[in-house]
Design a protein around this ligand. Sequence first.
Ligand SMILES: Cc1cc2nc3c(=O)[nH]c(=O)nc-3n(C[C@H](O)[C@H](O)[C@H](O)COP(=O)(O)OP(=O)(O)OC[C@H]3O[C@@H](n4cnc5c(N)ncnc54)[C@H](O)[C@@H]3O)c2cc1C
Length: 445
Amino acid sequence: MTTHDDSLDEVIATYDVVVIGGGPAGTTISSLLSEKGWSVCLLEKAHHPRFHIGESLLPMNMPILERLGVLDKVAGIGIKKYAAEFNSPVTAPEQDIFYFAKAADKSFPFAYEVRRSEFDELLFRNCKDKGVKAFEGITVNRVDLDQAVKKVWASDETGASTAFHCQYVVDASGRDTFLSKKLNTKKKNPDHQMAAIFGHFHQVERRTGSDEGNISIYWFEHGWMWLIPLKDGMMSAGCVCWPEYLKTRDKPLNEFLQHTLFLLPEVADRFKNASLAGDAQATGNYSYSASRMAGDGYLLIGDAYAFVDPVFSSGVYLAMQGAVKGADYVDTVLKDSSQQVQLASTLQLSMQKEISAFCWFIYRFNSPALHKLLMSSDEKRLHPVKQKMKSAVISVLAGDAGNQQIKFYLNLFKGLYYFSILFDFKRHWRFMLFRRGQNRVQVDV
Ligand SMILES: Cc1cc2nc3c(=O)[nH]c(=O)nc-3n(C[C@H](O)[C@H](O)[C@H](O)COP(=O)(O)OP(=O)(O)OC[C@H]3O[C@@H](n4cnc5c(N)ncnc54)[C@H](O)[C@@H]3O)c2cc1C
């Protein structure tokens, strides 16, 4: 319903739910709430297709895409990713491949690598088809959550303003973190402050056969690198670095990215005929979360709620999974708000559990102990117990950390990690001191 209020001299539109941001989180929750019968308005400041980083999906994204009815379309724009390949210049063997078919749940043995411009546009058009009033080129500037009727003010590119009235506001504004900044609930993660530089490249050597779509992850002395093959022959490549290294930048970002990729001989070899397509980009202010995921009449999902290092390609999965859980929560609360406080705390705990399953590995990823433990020898010669531990780790990497079948072997793996620290405590201690020092380094990228 849309009316005109002369006293405010702006258009007023009324919906059950207003969603800020049309990325994977915002489009998913909009589609699901519309399916449940609520009137939903989605406001996106950019125009699709627009560039976005975060191209590697996880197997557990697949059931969500299926539920949204877009799995076939995603298959059309994506390249199949059967595994995550880890490479280290200092371990023997130097490479280990984690095939998703070896996870505890065999139902989703692959995911897709996608161009986010295409993927996000597809999700956006899909939610329009499901009845969501989805607008592009509309930026949300202000919200008022104090009254029973929530108000959201947004403007288009001409500056014309609209006030949206609703019962519920969902913030899915990504790393802009619109609401947590306004509510002053955003907290930087003091233990994990790295930053990323990245770009798209032509003519990077790809893996062959069914391994072509695998993501390649490389440890190197200043952090880690990713290579994500895209369907059109392009390669997305990036380096997630310690702040101290980024402070040494003495050349333009394009050159610095290429220089950094060439620090590893194996990567340099894959890039010998490569050229950068467009400009390199950088992202700082790395990990954070909001202290509250939901309150009276509002919910934060995806990167608007929390962001963790993307080494395990968890971002899009967590954004969409948060949206799935968030849709059930908003639906319940709109029908009966009496349980809101308790339901909000249950929802936040459940998302924190999902996030921390990745974080255990992320925070230790650069530690010598985990580094060594992840890189196992010839698969067939692995002890059956070690095979089960590896399968448990693969399940986490697939986005299936909640699977009860893996609990025992995952805990065993973690126990082995702590045990191995005891045997190499001095090295571990040096790493901890190094990391603590890095977290204090300020860098503008
Ligand atoms: C370097 C790097 C590498 C990554 N690699 C991966 C990866 O390989 N795999 C993976 O799964 N994840 C990866 N991620 C994470 C992934 O990009 C995000 O987790 C994911 O995009 C989150 O989705 P979202 O919908 O929450 O936010 P977004 O995708 O960022 O969408 C938010 C949307 O909100 C819009 N918006 C913002 N403010 C407003 C406003 N005021 N009004 C209206 N609209 C607004 C934005 O324009 C945007 O379209 C990576 C992240 C980084 C930084």
